[in-house]
Design a binder for this molecule. Structure first.
Ligand SMILES: *Cc1c(COP(=O)(O)O)cnc(C)c1O
Length: 344
């Protein structure tokens, strides 16, 4: 970690991780800007005698929770920064969130991506009003272009997870869960970069230190899991997964989310592709919910017996942005390698 870097990083207003007060401020700021999503009872058979709930971030605008963090970060920018616009290199849920939030606030948004990004993803981002810039053959090339625009045009980079305003925005989910279910004991959270799990844990543990927060990742890209195990941020090889939104590393220069996940998460665990597929199928067949792979890890972990619900348990369903053809094939039981075949 490099202090100077932290302070001079564009858009970083504070150099410390968010507190409960920051998450509460985010909640006030976001009221009316994002959907306050429902908490509904679920009846997963493995947990019949327990109270189990689903928190439905699939009902969020843009189809995923990332709108909370992106909107909070954008609403926190100074007038001068707003005038210069925002930028990201994400083509997934974070890219959609930044594009949507920027348009709503009347800001310019640029999304940099490589030539290899599929047309449907490019179009989805463009449809949200972002200025798509295509450069090079890799995510690194796209990131380089974004750095250039930050330097030359003073645009503000909105990172997908390792940023206090982003984490505070995601943490508002934790406050809503506690408002709706004051006796919640366990929250199951999909885990990738850790902005979501870290933000929720900050809010939940400050309200009640006994609430357990469990982070669940895919075996195909266990970056935070391996980092927590190693005691420092590490790189892991990344493989195709049904939970594509859980891909990517945590950054060797990680500033906030690694330390928070290490300190606050009660447990981190990994799921196989078969277990994630089972979560998608169960959500669809038993509860009529279309969810993407990343959102299915909580249900998948319960079905696999990897977490035993104790007391009131909330499973966070983070998003619904899955290719309809891939979803159809998973529900048709075409096997856990379906993600690879869809990609090929
Ligand atoms: C980004 C994302 C996650 C993981 O959030 P992190 O803050 O990166 O841990 C989980 N589910 C969905 C649908 C996402 O888009």
């Amino acid at each position: 970690m490099n202090r100077t870097q932290a302070i001079s990083s564009p858009g970083a207003k504070h150099e410390h991780a968010p507190s409960l007060a920051d998450v509460k401020a985010a909640q006030a700021r976001l009221a009316g800007c994002v959907v306050r999503t429902p908490l509904v009872e679920s009846d997963i058979p493995v947990a019949n005698d327990r109270q189990l709930f689903h928190k439905l971030e699939l009902c969020q605008n843009t189809g995923a929770f990332k709108l909370r963090g992106a909107t909070n970060a954008i609403l926190n920018l100074s007038q001068e920064r707003r005038a210069r616009g925002v930028i990201t290199v994400s083509t997934g849920n974070h890219g959609r969130a930044v594009s949507y939030a920027a348009r709503k606030e009347g800001l310019r948004a640029v999304v940099c991506m490589s030539r290899l990004v599929p047309d449907n993803k490019v179009e989805a981002i463009r449809a949200l009003g972002a200025d798509v810039r295509i450069h090079g053959d890799s995510q690194d090339d796209a990131a380089e272009m974004a750095e250039g625009l930050v330097r030359d045009e003073g645009m503000t980079l909105i990172p997908p997870f390792d940023h206090p305003d982003v984490m505070a925005g995601q943490g508002t989910i934790g406050l809503e869960i506690i408002e709706d279910l004051p006796d919640v004991e366990t929250i199951l959270v999909p885990l990738s970069g850790g902005g979501l799990a870290g933000g929720i844990a900050i809010a939940a543990k400050a309200e009640n230190p006994d609430i357990r927060v469990i982070g669940i990742s895919t075996k195909q890209c266990p970056a935070m899991y391996e980092s927590v195990k190693a005691g420092r941020p590490v790189n892991v090889p990344e493989h195709e997964s049904l939970a594509d939104s859980l891909g990517g590393g945590i950054g060797l220069d990680n500033r906030y989310t690694f330390a928070l996940c290490r300190e606050l998460l009660d447990e981190t665990l990994l799921l196989s592709e078969t277990e994630i597929a089972a979560g998608i199928v169960h959500a669809f067949e038993a509860e009529g919910e279309v969810i993407e792979g990343a959102a299915a890890v909580g249900i998948g972990a319960l079905l696999a017996g990897k977490v035993r619900p104790a007391g009131s348990t909330v499973v966070l369903l983070t998003g619904c942005n899955i290719d309809p053809e891939l979803h159809r094939r998973v529900v048709a039981g075409e096997g856990p390698d379906v993600a690879e075949r869809a990609a090929g």
